[in-house]
Design a protein around this ligand. Structure first.
Ligand SMILES: Cc1cc2nc3c(=O)[nH]c(=O)nc-3n(C[C@H](O)[C@H](O)[C@H](O)COP(=O)(O)OP(=O)(O)OC[C@H]3O[C@@H](n4cnc5c(N)ncnc54)[C@H](O)[C@@H]3O)c2cc1C
Length: 394
């Protein structure tokens, strides 16, 4: 997302921008849901991607208990979209000739006057005035320029998936499907919301329900979870098709004793649930001579705010604004660093506070206070993934 945003905004200020993507085939999002914020909608409009058929608008949030009773609700209109839809909108802003699949960043040589020379693992070379590293939380660009900056495991992970609307029971469709729904057992969090179906199908009956279940696991437990079906140890996470079936079976069995019927129904209808360990970090610098980091490569917050794509759009927009406002590229990049690095750091700090609900590693009085506050489901509905974080920080 950040690479596509960057290319779109740079093109608007007269630059020629090429996007190099490691994947040899068009990317697909496995049905991941994305909550939206005004900042994201603004970035989509301004980048030229637009917001047409962006997603599903829910009007309220509810919290249910184990018996499925609604114990709290809040009116809160919010558009829920999907990774696939955003990718498709942004992808359409780039001419095919400037989008290159199967290019894996290997290294960059740079000097201020001559710009950058990038080598790709497949043997290609590209030259330009500026390299924008939008290659995600495990950025290879950042690994070369700031190898000491490493994502930090939060002490918890999520099980995820998105069952098809048509497979869900009538009770599930009535009780939770139309809403942004919370279920909050001790030191866990289950969240669900409707998203579009296959190929951005927004028609009733064809949609999906985004399911997320936060669970605590110490680093040793996570390490064991990261041994795949073939016995291979992965360092950070396991590609979904390789997640061990015994782990999935154990998770399903535990859910039977924890979840209300509607969320159980969702889980039973997820054909291949997968887990994602939660990491975060913020790089102290996001500019290295003629290389600028954007999106998750620059900083990545825990997903409780649902703000990552909004931040990616904001980074890209700020980068283009800085370049448009200064004739000297190096001065512009210094400006970009000064404007966006502190914002990334603030977002990461806020994500950590929201994660205190899970009771892991509570270091400060503020952590303790926030953890206590978020035990109340009403506070949870008021704080998690709410719009206007940057505009109306409490
Ligand atoms: C569980 C979860 C839920 C989330 N929910 C939300 C939400 O509700 N709302 C929201 O806004 N955000 C959410 N996010 C965050 C959001 O997904 C990220 O912030 C966003 O995807 C960051 O975009 P990016 O382009 O910077 O990085 P990525 O999406 O990681 O993209 C990086 C790209 O770089 C490519 N790449 C990597 N290495 C190389 C290389 N060496 N050479 C070439 N290409 C390479 C990758 O293939 C990929 O296409 C969530 C994240 C998680 C984990």
């Amino acid at each position: 997302m950040s690479g596509l945003f960057a290319a779109a905004f740079l093109r608007q200020i007269g630059w020629i921008a090429d996007v190099f993507e490691r994947s040899p085939v068009e990317l697909v999002g496995r049905g991941a849901g994305i909550t939206t914020h005004p900042e994201l909608l603004e970035a989509l409009e301004k980048s030229g991607a637009g917001t047409r058929e962006l997603g599903i608008e829910v009007t309220k949030r509810i919290t249910i208990d184990r018996a499925g009773r609604v114990i709290g609700e809040r009116p809160l209109p919010q558009i829920l979209t999907s990774w696939d839809r955003l990718q498709r909108l942004l992808r359409s802003t780039i001419e095919p000739a400037h989008y290159h699949l199967g290019y894996t960043f290997a290294d960059v040589e740079q000097n201020a006057s001559a710009g950058v020379r990038v080598r790709f693992a497949e043997g290609h070379v590209a030259e330009g005035d500026l390299l924008v590293g939008g290659d995600g939380i495990r950025s290879g660009v950042r690994a070369q320029l700031a190898p000491e900056v490493q994502p930090i495991y939060a002490g918890y992970y999520i099980w995820r998936g998105a069952p098809d609307e048509m497979d869900l029971a009538p009770d599930t469709l009535r009780s939770i499907f139309p809403y942004f729904t919370f279920f909050l057992p001790p030191r866990q969090q289950v969240i669900g919301y409707p998203i579009s179906g296959f190929d951005n199908d927004l028609r009733p009956g064809r949609r999906r329900y985004n399911f997320i279940w936060y669970r605590v696991a110490d680093p040793q437990t996570l390490r064991k979870m990261c041994i795949d079906e073939e016995g291979h140890q992965h360092e950070f996470s396991v590609p979904p098709p390789l997640i061990r079936s015994d782990l999935i079976a154990q998770m399903r069995a535990e859910a039977e004793h924890i979840m209300p019927a509607a969320f159980l129904d969702c889980l039973r209808n997820i054909k291949r649930p997968f887990f994602t360990p939660i990491y975060d970090f913020s790089s102290p610098r996001i500019v290295f001579r003629r290389t600028a980091l954007v999106g998750d490569a620059a900083s990545s917050a825990r997903p409780h705010m649902g703000f990552g794509v909004a931040k990616a759009g904001g980074d890209a927009q700020a980068l283009a604004q800085a370049l448009a406002g200064h004739d000297d590229i190096d001065v512009a990049l210094t400006r970009y660093n000064a404007v966006r690095q502190p914002i990334g750091e603030r977002i990461v700090r806020h994500g950590r506070l929201l994660g205190t609900h899970l009771g892991v590693d509570l270091k400060t009085d503020e952590d303790q206070k926030m953890c206590k506050l978020l035990q109340d489901h009403r506070a949870m509905m008021d704080w998690i993934a709410v719009p206007n974080f940057l505009g109306s920080q409490r």
